[in-house]
Design a protein around this ligand. Structure first.
Ligand code: GTP
Ligand code: MG
Length: 360
């Protein structure tokens, strides 16, 4: 007979995976079903069996609820301030905290139910009472766990994000590469650091922050963070969601970049593309730069005009090309100076006048 593959036949409906709550309950009940009874009389055996089932099922539920919360304990190294901010930006303000709180309360309730039924059980003198204890515990614990199903799903998603996100070390110098989409941020990160983020000729190639390491600065260990493109939109600050700086509007991808700027405290390397091949004008890009400077007045900014092989302006900004390599040593030097020295005097950004390069 041919072997049956795991793929369902066309006439079969594939089974939906259990929800996080159901998965915990299935496991807890399956483990509880394996316990054995002891005792001389029928009553003693029934009491011991029920007591052990309640103990085993409750223990499994508590263990798995605690596992769901475990990556977010404050002592976890990977769960530092940066990740808290990134997760908040992705999941929604306060959502993670809320889910952690709700799961903790669920654990407390299960502990209480288990103690109550164990106490009742020791006083039960009849089989129906003993059976009721088990039914009651299973029923109450199941509804408590089902109530936190969405929280468990959110914690599971957050756990994956935590695992896949860059491990930023708070005490190491950081350069955050920011700018409009498609200006060459990921190309700059590739040139400066060990990272090789995806580079492509269309906007929003980068959707999540990522981290590379570079030998720049006094400690020769600098973290270089790539971010998704950020677009300056009309100021409708009253409509921005709470917790975000006013004056910019973000979608989920752009919010990731803003979080990177806010949560890293590093130098901001602002990449401009005067050639316009990114799809946005230099005026638009400069407005974003000015806005970021207003929002984060204490931060150090380094500005680099990329794609100088396509267009060279006569501004005094650093000029680089990731294609030819021009200006990259000077950029590294400028970053090195900022990483080792005191903040530069805050200057008004220079608005370069686009001019087609003569040496093209
Ligand atoms: N001619 C030229 N093209 C460049 C230069 N730097 C990057 N590019 C090209 O510009 C396009 C965008 O580069 P990316 O590095 O992906 O840009 P990005 O800013 O990270 O884009 P998003 O992740 O979408 O925000 C790619 O086709 C690159 O090859 C450069 O110095 N000169
Ligand atoms: Mg990119």
């Amino acid at each position: 007979m041919p072997k049956r593959s795991g793929t369902p036949r066309p006439d079969e409906t594939p089974e939906a995976p259990p929800t996080p709550a159901q998965a915990i309950l299935d496991l807890a009940f399956a483990r509880a079903a394996k316990v054995t009874a002891s005792g001389k009389t029928r009553l003693e055996r029934a009491r011991s069996l029920t007591g052990r089932k309640i103990g085993r099922a409750g223990g499994m539920m508590l263990r798995h609820l605690a596992i769901a919360r475990s990556p977010f304990r404050e002592t976890e190294e990977s769960y530092n301030e940066f990740m808290v901010r990134v997760l908040e930006a992705r999941l929604g303000q306060g959502r993670l905290e809320r889910s952690l709180r709700r799961v903790r309360v669920a654990e407390e309730r299960i502990v209480r139910f288990r103690a109550e039924e164990t106490r009742r059980l020791s006083k039960s003198g009849e089989l129906p009472q003993i059976r009721n204890s088990m039914r009651r515990f299973y029923g109450r614990a199941s509804s408590v766990i089902h109530e936190v199903d969405e929280d468990l799903a959110l914690l599971a998603a957050a756990r994956v994000m935590l695992r896949e996100s860059p491990h930023l070390e708070a005490d190491k110098p950081t350069v955050v590469v920011v700018g409009y989409p498609n200006v060459g941020k990921s190309s700059v990160v590739t040139e400066l650091s060990s990272a090789s983020p995806k580079v492509a000729p269309y906007p929003f190639t980068t959707l999540r922050v990522s981290l590379g390491h570079a030998e720049i600065g006094p400690t020769l260990h600098t973290q270089v963070m790539d971010t998704p493109g950020l677009v300056m939109r009309p100021d409708r600050s009253s409509e921005t969601r709470s917790g975000l700086p006013p004056g910019l509007e973000y979608n989920a991808v752009e919010r990731e970049a803003v979080t990177a700027v806010e949560a890293t405290r590093g130098i901001v390397l602002f990449v401009l593309d005067p050639s316009g091949t990114c799809g946005w004008t230099l005026e638009e890009q400069t407005r974003l730069y000015e806005r970021l400077q207003e929002l984060y007045p204490t931060r150090k900014f380094v500005v680099a005009e990329n794609k100088v092989d396509l267009l060279r302006t006569d501004s005094p900004n650093l000029k680089i090309s990731c294609t030819t390599g021009e200006g990259l040593p000077e950029l590294t030097q400028a970053l090195e100076q900022e990483l080792g020295g005191s903040p530069r005097r805050r200057e008004r950004p220079v608005m370069p006048k686009p001019r087609v390069s003569k040496d093209r």
